[in-house]
Design a protein around this ligand. Structure first.
Ligand SMILES: [Zn+2]
Length: 138
């Protein structure tokens, strides 16, 4: 995989301007670091795309909202959350758990209509859909 400096063009499925905008309000969901736009060559046959990338983790990363990362980190640290129970408890395990919780928080906020492509919104949730789908006997 080759990572190069990004030219001002559109590659792959994401619009260049959308990725630039997203990189401004999102961070890496594993380390919390800033993201950059990078040109990624997927294969030797010319598959190429522009993706967000974490220089610290050296991996392709779509990112999460900074606020969500901070909350996820707090949650894992203070509630002893461990999704990867068969893994040794170390920094990698902690980062993976923060990423897992950040994904869950993002999913919840998105489905409560409190999060969209522009980041967190400031309006009341409409979660009637989930209230109707709760398990019976509640
Ligand atoms: Zn990272």
């Amino acid at each position: 995989m080759f990572i190069g400096a990004m030219a001002n063009k559109t590659y792959g499925s994401y619009d260049h301007e959308e990725l630039i905008k997203r990189a401004k309000h999102c961070v890496c969901k594993r380390c919390g670091g800033p993201l950059t736009n990078s040109l990624i060559i997927y294969d030797i046959y010319g598959g190429v795309g522009e993706e967000l990338y974490c220089p610290h983790c050296q991996k392709q990363e779509f990112g999460v909202e900074k606020e969500i990362y901070d909350m996820a980190e707090y949650y894992v640290e203070n509630f002893q959350f461990n999704y990867f129970y068969d893994m040794e408890e170390n920094d990698v395990n902690f980062e993976l758990n923060v990423a897992k919780v950040a994904d869950m928080m993002s999913w919840i906020l998105k489905n409560l209509n409190l999060l969209d492509d522009n980041g967190l919104k400031d309006n009341k949730p409409d979660y009637e859909y989930y209230l109707r789908r709760r398990r019976k006997n509640k």
